[in-house]
Write a protein of this length. Structure first.
Length: 163
């Protein structure tokens, strides 16, 4: 895996701070480390999913969201919002995933003009096969931190991203 070295030095940030006094070098370094760590972890996890299961990040996210919302299925627009992609993107993804037998698009029972996306039996079986080892890989990566450190990371990241 290629590693980017984009984190400026403390000295470099201090020079920028002379131009814009509001710059907080510690904040810049912390945020860039969070970003770098996230990219490295994501890449480490995605490499396995792509290599072993031919899953892109987007396709995996769609499958996870559908797996979590099996009861009634989801409208494609809701699925796009939950996954963080456009409606056009989700439409293309769903066509390929339907072709591959992982999802089905059915008329909504309450509104025949609308569609609901659901995992097929094959899609559900695929997720039952993929998710446990995926969560084990994530758990193994997090073993570098103690349980208390993991709770702190959860709290801090939640605090950083809550609106």
């Amino acid at each position: 895996m290629l590693k980017r070295e984009m984190i400026p030095t403390w000295e470099e940030l201090q020079r920028h701070k002379q131009i814009i006094p509001e710059i907080d070098p510690a904040a810049v370094i912390a945020m860039l480390r969070i970003k770098q760590a996230g990219e490295e972890i994501k890449q480490e996890i995605l490499d396995v999913l792509q290599r072993e299961h031919h899953l892109s990040d987007g396709k995996f996210c769609v499958l996870v969201v559908l797996h979590q919302n099996q009861a009634g299925g989801l409208a494609p627009s809701v699925l796009a919002e939950k996954v963080g992609v456009t409606r056009a993107t989700i439409s293309n993804m769903l066509q390929r995933m339907e072709r591959d037998g992982l999802v089905t698009l059915e008329a909504d029972k309450e509104d025949a003009r609308s569609k609901k996306v659901r995992l097929t039996q094959a899609g559900n079986a695929f997720m039952q096969k993929v998710l446990p080892p995926h969560y084990l890989r994530v758990s193994k990566l997090m073993e570098r931190l103690t349980g208390e450190e993991q709770r702190q990371v959860i709290e801090l990241l939640h605090k950083l991203t809550e609106e």
